[in-house]
Design a protein around this ligand. Structure first.
Ligand SMILES: [Fe+2]
Ligand SMILES: [Fe+2]
Length: 129
């Protein structure tokens, strides 16, 4: 997937973490389309899950710092998103492999919808977008 300027929320730290997530999704798609072993794909998927957790924690710290009023609900959304992406890893470990198309369709929506619908509001609150 390609990074688009519309994804920017105007907070440098958050934007660069979102770009890193896009890179990890691209790495995963590449690993799948190149027909890498399940072990390699599983490792990339694990890197993605780990980084997602790091990013959410960091984004929540930003929200806390600026006194973002909707932090509690946003935190709840992050929890659901972690579960969604962790489920892919569980499926994968159980041998229920997603196709590259299914996985990329899911992850694009999973990331882009949240950025555009929720993360953007943080930038709006801060007046940087
Ligand atoms: Fe978020
Ligand atoms: Fe985010």
């Amino acid at each position: 997937m390609e990074w688009k300027s519309i994804y920017e929320i105007g907070i440098k730290k958050v934007d660069s973490e979102h770009q890193m997530l896009v890179e990890l999704i691209n790495k995963l798609e590449k690993a799948m389309s190149n027909g890498n072993s399940n072990k390699v794909i599983g490792n990339v998927l694990k890197d993605l899950v780990d980084y997602v957790k790091i990013h959410f924690k960091s984004e929540e710290e930003v929200m806390k710092k600026i006194g973002y009023p909707d932090l509690k609900r946003h935190h709840g959304l992050h929890k659901d998103l972690v579960n969604d992406v962790a489920r892919i890893l569980i499926d994968f470990k159980n041998g229920k492999t997603w196709t590259a198309e299914e996985l990329s369709g899911f992850l694009h929506m999973w990331l882009v919808d949240h950025i555009l619908e929720e993360d953007r509001k943080i930038g709006v609150f801060l007046g940087v977008i």
